[in-house]
Design a protein around this ligand. Sequence first.
Ligand code: PEP
Ligand code: MN
Length: 337
Amino acid sequence: MLVIMKSNARKVQVEAVLAEIERLGFRGLPIPGAQRTAVCIVGNQRQVDDSRILSLDGVKETIRVTRPYKLVSRETHSQRTVITVGGVAIGGGRPVIMAGPCAVESEEQTLAIARIVKQHGAQVFRAGAFKPRSSPYTFQGLGESGLKILAKVRRETGLPVVTEATDHHNIEMVEEYADIIQIGARNMQNYSLLRRAGLCRKPVLLKRGLAATIEELLMAAEYIVSEGNPNVILCERGIRTFSDNTRNTLDLSAIPSIKEVSHLPIIVDPSHAAGRREYIIALSRGAVAVGADGLLVEVHHDPAHALSDGRQSLYPEQLAELMKDVKALSALAGGQR
Ligand code: PEP
Ligand code: MN
């Protein structure tokens, strides 16, 4: 439930509302707006009796919020969230391209690919130092030494870096090195990790779980925001369906659906959705055409020898083509934002 204060409501009146909410056994979160303050009631599993709240001075009305997420909802925050990282605005109307290898494999490999990413005009560099792999016998990432390589890449190219925190043990370290902390699909419902990410000061890139509904994705984002980190970028990366012609099925309808109900930016990862480089450019065009705020794509200078996800990694010249197409299409998609 939302308690909407009158535009001339005073601070003491907002405080009285917060006290009443607490007395009812809930938590109140004031959301100051340009015109008026709204107080969001969180933690209410049951119906809130708003009769006493409505009788308080300075209260204009209450609005029942039927959706279970509140802080990430457009109902509480109608303006779109724009997240600026290293001078790059994510959600600002121009699709942001985040590109790089699946994993940091070595300093030479990472720097070589970062130079290609920079040369082609992508704005953010991606690469995992901690890799959540389906098999414990495959390459698990370089860990902290991989993060140090990423810091070097940023120094050399000036590109901000997005890299994944896979658990509670490494999130603090990842936060030190990363510009954006990625939470992977497999961790979308790791609630303690989400809460921990909510304490971070860096933006979080939250990927949709393999079998997660849009509501579940938004509830996961709500965990992060409710702990105090408002900077969450959502990412559609394909979901599991009966269709087996691609690694996962890219759900492009998630983009307009999420934009309808949430103010958070949403980007698309066509690489993990398709699993094959042949489809990435077409899917990227589709993503931008439906209004995605950006793309997260894998690219490798030598995909045949990549330690992970080589098959879905673009060749450098394909990244160049993708960048050209995105530029042309983003003007058309502008009306949907
Ligand atoms: C990745 O981006 O490298 C990754 C592991 O993605 P996902 O969590 O979507 O599988
Ligand atoms: Mn990958």
